[in-house]
Ligand binder design. Structure first.
Ligand SMILES: [Zn+2]
Length: 110
């Protein structure tokens, strides 16, 4: 998607504080953090949201899930973090490119 900000970050055409990268995903710090640790885990391929993730590609879905765990480990928050995704504008999704919020920190966690 030419004018998608997350696609631009994936293509290194827009700046981001990248904390993790692999063949499927890029993770970078949210520019407006809602927790002491707030990272966005973004698929390199453009999907609008979770509903667009292809049902036939269980390997991709599994790699995404396990990669989020690796991001948490790299950030030093393994064992104490929250992951969420907003699916669609009605759910509060602002950027229409599949991404997961990884949130951690004493101020955020109950
Ligand atoms: Zn995109």
């Amino acid at each position: 998607m030419d004018n998608c900000i997350f696609c631009k970050i994936v293509r290194a055409e827009a700046p981001a504080d990248i904390v993790y990268e692999n063949e499927d995903l890029l993770a970078f710090r949210d520019i407006n953090p809602q927790a002491p640790t707030h990272v966005l885990v973004v698929t390199k391929k453009h999907f609008q949201h979770l509903d667009e993730l292809p049902a036939h590609d269980l390997q991709l879905a599994g790699r995404i899930l396990l990669s989020i765990k690796e991001v948490a480990q790299k950030l030093g928050v393994a064992g104490g973090y929250k992951v969420l995704t907003n699916c669609g504008e009605a759910a509060g999704q602002v950027v229409p490119h599949l991404h997961f919020h990884l949130l951690a920190g004493k101020k955020f966690l109950p």
